[in-house]
Design a protein. Structure first.
Length: 469
């Protein structure tokens, strides 16, 4: 037997119940709390009563139904649900003039929100009518909506949800559920809103520095990646750079970058969010930059008077602390072994050399072939020094320089730059100039961990950098 309709027989039911006389209101069930209580919104009001109990355990309500509330001795803060009531004209969006059917739809709250996605939910209440042929939602940033998502089929009573993609982050959206019933009539639910989340900011600790654009319109960029290959934030650099060892990173993930300003190069220090910390114009051309494990920054420069000056720099101000002149050869790449020893490639003699900072002297070398010594990039981890040369495949030698190079074979056939972090090497380059740039992670023995398309298009030379100690 159906529950009594209290909006029809309220006078009969209340006769003699002096305790509740003149203390009756209607409201819409907006939440089923699952414990026998309901949240109720009072008709024609913004008032919401939470966790309202029913007078008897047998009373069951669906979200969207109308309930009759009683207030003991007129106390408006102590409601009880007495029974079911009729849905009347307090919600005109739910009622269409001249509509003869009984099917309707309620708009429920959106859920599982992200910065770009949301599940929109509605509930179909047929009221004895035949099944609906369409169920869906209108949505947009205003009540004009402008966008639609729906499915076609044969749908009965109950809730339904549709995942909407490609939403804008941190944006308020309006939406309403709708159905098309068996008669071809469209029924709409009430308007609701949701706000997408702000996009998660991913701050990686492996940085690629690259440039794109036509001659004379080159633009430099820096982009971060996590050690799992997930792309993080990117920003426009001070200027594009034309170096394979054009950047390095300290233990706080600040990045030091050589900008190709003319006629003198500029050193720029950024934080990991892309904020510029300090910059300094150097005497002429900085050809490589690296960090020692004591935190000092080193640049190899060709000055207006001397070539191959090795300069120790303050990491806070980038100011010069000391310098010494290396031999008058063509040196490329730079990677530190510790706080005092570093590797470079001597292109003039086709060797990889180790030098000492304090004494300014060479302390070891090993021969490599001439095809591996032009515009080289170097990185060190464990017992291995990895190098790459002028858009070719990588190669490696032992850190003690006891043997010549061994070739690596990677899917990045035109490698521009290498770096190391946490015992892994990272290799950056492309397969065809001007096409996708790839970033790969490899173990010390050359086993690939992952390979990702880093950016859609780019040119050599470009740089990858990370904190190596």
């Amino acid at each position: 037997m159906p529950a009594p309709n209290y909006s029809d027989v309220i006078e009969k039911n209340m006769l003699g119940h002096i305790k509740y006389r003149d203390a009756i209101r209607t409201g819409e069930i907006i939440t089923d709390n699952g414990d026998g209580t309901y949240d109720v919104k009072i008709a024609l009001s913004d008032k919401i009563y939470p966790s309202v109990e029913t007078l008897t355990y047998e009373m069951k309500f669906a979200v969207g139904e109308i309930a009759v509330l009683s207030f003991e001795y007129g106390n408006k803060e102590s409601p009880k649900i007495m029974g079911h009531g009729k849905k009347i004209a307090q919600d005109p969006v739910e009622v269409e003039v001249g509509y003869s059917g009984t099917a309707r739809v309620n708009t429920l709250d959106a859920y599982s929100l992200t910065s770009t996605t949301a599940y929109l939910e509605g509930r179909i209440i047929l009221g004895g009518a035949g099944n609906c042929t369409t169920r869906g939602f209108q949505y947009g940033t205003t009540t004009a909506y402008g966008s639609d998502t729906h499915t076609n089929g044969s749908y009965g009573d109950g809730s339904y949800a549709i995942l909407e993609n490609e939403l804008a982050e941190d944006t308020t959206y309006h939406f309403r559920a709708y159905i098309i019933d068996e008669n071809g009539d469209t029924r709409y639910g009430a308007d609701k809103t949701f706000v997408t989340l702000e996009a998660e900011v991913i701050l990686g600790d492996i940085y690629i520095c690259y440039w794109t654009g036509s001659a004379g319109n080159e633009v430099g960029y820096i982009k971060s990646f996590t050690s799992d290959g997930v792309a993080g934030i990117s920003w426009t650099a001070e200027d594009y750079q034309l170096l394979y060892n054009g950047a390095c990173v300290d233990n706080a993930d600040n990045i030091y970058y050589i900008a190709n300003t003319q006629p003198n190069h500029t050193l720029v220090k950024y934080n990991k969010s892309g904020g510029e910390i300090v910059k300094l114009v150097v005497s002429y051309q900085a050809m490589a930059i690296a960090i020692a494990n004591d935190g000092y920054i080193y640049t190899k420069e060709n000055t207006q008077t001397d070539n191959n000056m090795m300069t120790k720099r303050n990491p806070t101000t980038l100011a010069e602390i000391s310098s010494f002149q290396m031999d008058p050869y063509s040196y490329y790449g730079m990677a530190f072994y510790d706080d005092d020893r570093f590797y470079v490639v001597n292109s003039s003699d086709d060797v990889i050399e180790m030098w000492r900072v304090e004494t300014g002297g060479e302390i070891g070398e090993v021969a490599v072939t001439s095809t591996k010594t032009s515009l080289a990039s170097l990185a060190k981890t464990g017992a291995t020094v990895l190098g790459t040369d002028f858009a070719k495949q990588p190669w490696y030698v032992p850190t003690n320089l006891s043997a010549g190079e061994t070739d690596w074979s990677t899917e990045i056939t035109r490698c521009f730059s290498v770096t190391s972090k946490d015992g892994y090497f990272y290799v950056f380059g492309n397969k065809v100039n001007g096409e996708e740039l790839y970033l790969g992670k490899y173990s010390e023995n050359g086993t690939k961990q992952w390979l990702v398309e880093a950016v859609p298009t780019g040119y050599y030379p470009s740089t990858v950098a990370a904190y190596p100690f």
